[in-house]
Design a protein around this ligand. Sequence first.
Ligand code: G3P
Ligand code: CA
Length: 241
Amino acid sequence: MTLIFAHRGYSALYPENTMLAFKQAEQAGADGIELDVQLSKDGEVVVIHDESVDRTTNGRGYVKDLSYSDLKRLDAGFRVKTNLKKEPIPSLRDVLEWLTGNKMICNIELKNGIFPYQGMEEKVIELIREYKLEKRIVLSSFNHYSIVHCYRMAPEIETAPLMGQVVYMPWVYAESIRAKGIHPKYKTLKDEVILQSEQYGISVRPYTVNKEKNMAHLIKLGCSAIITDDPVRALRVRHRL
Ligand code: G3P
Ligand code: CA
């Protein structure tokens, strides 16, 4: 069965990468969530997509220049609905703690392509181990060196390189870096690549799939999962097929 991962939580309706968006994804029946992590000035792993807080919060500046307590004061929900109460930027710890009370899978994307967050991989792995969530986490990144580094430290945690452009024979590439899956950009993905990869035991989880016809196509082809902003739509499509 193709699993449905809610991209930045149920971000079609709720503020991305907030506990509200994650909880709503779970309530909607999604199988998993995807989220992004960066490192604060004082070394806390925080859940936010951009390097700066400008787009998604009422604050300004780079995450790396703000302390965790500065970040906690910001509102990450203000852009989506004015009647919502304040939604803080979660720490990865907040999310992992919540995950211990449910059965969701969590895809943690390490946003370490622009700023070299020294020690971020180590911190993420330590937290996953602390909460004993090794079997329910997939670590992904556009920075494939980071993926290999994670595998070396924690081979028990699944890894999957993100691909903005699908590489030549990605299933072979995945195997070569000991990844069990690939997370390709949907628009660059060919049907044969999905079929071959899945046949060789490499899970294909394309992002970000929001149109019903594309969801149906990928589910019919047998993708292991799809990553979508709208898990309710994807669940409806899966149910229909
Ligand atoms: O993990 C898939 C997707 O989230 C990667 O792109 O920019 O949405 O983080 P982006
Ligand atoms: Ca992401």
